[in-house]
Design a protein around this ligand. Structure first.
Ligand SMILES: [Zn+2]
Length: 301
């Protein structure tokens, strides 16, 4: 399994923590430095005017405010690297079955503007890149399911793919959480404040059944946000660490049993205790690696 270090989203320290722990404790995972996304790749999703504004530092004040942090060259570089890493993770997953980005999951970014700490929508851009690459060798549509389990709705992804029958957007999120004006995903599941493991896992199992009844994916992106955790500052839900492990395992197993390549990204996680957030993400990596091993065995049979 390949993972890609880089990109940072607020708060910065959590990415350093995760990268350090993965490199020290999971030496069996290959870490690859990411390649920054190009303007041409970004333009598969984002409007040229917005891309130019970000690169040139001329983003209108209200959009910059919606993004949530000030423009800088470093910000552009991080956003480009994070998006590039998700593209690389997707390509790697197509070759190996499963791969990941140590950051990514900037799902609030729309075609024409960023928002909610998201500059570019990495998963949307990576979806378009692998679809284009697939079309070079096949005339068949390449169908992508985006399973977004960050606690906040994937409003940017929902809007970008609203009229696209080749991409299925599934979002399980807090009904009362940001963004307060929701978009329409292909399947939205709104959860009440304080939702616990059992109800969450039941809703997820049902959602995966619905996804399967409505869509036949060739590939899965999984936004494994750590923010449904009960100790998250912004989450409003009440999942335990074990509940989140079961959540991850459900998605990995679902994809593996169907032979679907899967790339996962970290998305949000804002624990009162950053070590807990990092542990939840480490668990996702451990389960992803275990799933990769099972995938290899399955392949060998
Ligand atoms: Zn989130």
């Amino acid at each position: 399994m390949q993972t890609l270090p880089l990109g940072h989203r607020f708060p910065m320290s959590k990415y350093e923590l995760l990268k350090t722990r993965v490199s020290q404790e999971m030496g069996f995972i290959d870490l690859i430095e990411s390649t920054p996304v190009s303007q041409g790749e970004l333009a598969l999703v984002h409007l040229p005017r917005y891309i130019e504004q970000v690169f040139a530092g001329t983003v209108p004040a209200q959009i910059q405010k919606a993004i949530g942090f000030p423009w800088s060259l470093g910000m552009v570089e991080r956003a480009r690297c994070s998006t590039g890493a998700t593209i690389q993770a997707a390509r790697q997953a197509l070759m190996e079955g499963i791969s990941a980005n140590l950051a990514g999951g900037t799902h609030h970014a729309c075609a024409d503007q960023g928002g909610g700490f998201c500059v570019f929508n990495d998963v949307a851009v990576a979806t378009r890149v692998i679809q284009v690459e697939h079309h070079r060798v096949s005339s068949k549509p390449f169908r992508v399911a985006i399973i977004d389990l960050d606690v906040h709705q994937g409003n940017g992804s929902a809007r970008i793919f609203a009229k696209d029958s080749t991409v299925f957007t599934l979002s399980l999120h807090g009904a009362k959480n940001f963004p307060f004006e929701k978009e329409k995903s292909d399947l939205d599941v709104e959860l009440a404040d304080g939702t616990q493991d059992e109800d969450y896992l039941g809703a997820l199992a049902h959602s995966l059944d619905v996804l399967e009844s409505r869509f036949e994916p060739n590939f899965v992106f999984y936004l494994a946000g750590a923010d449904p955790y009960k100790g998250d500052r912004l989450g409003r839900l009440s999942l335990s660490v074990n509940g989140l492990r079961s959540r991850d395992e459900s998605v990995f197993q679902w994809a593996r049993e169907r032979g679907l390549p899967l790339a996962f990204v970290m998305a949000g996680g804002y624990g009162h205790d950053m070590q807990e957030t990092a542990q939840i993400q480490m668990n996702t990596f451990a389960l992803g690696y275990a799933s990769w091993l099972l995938w290899q065995r399955q392949d060998a049979l």
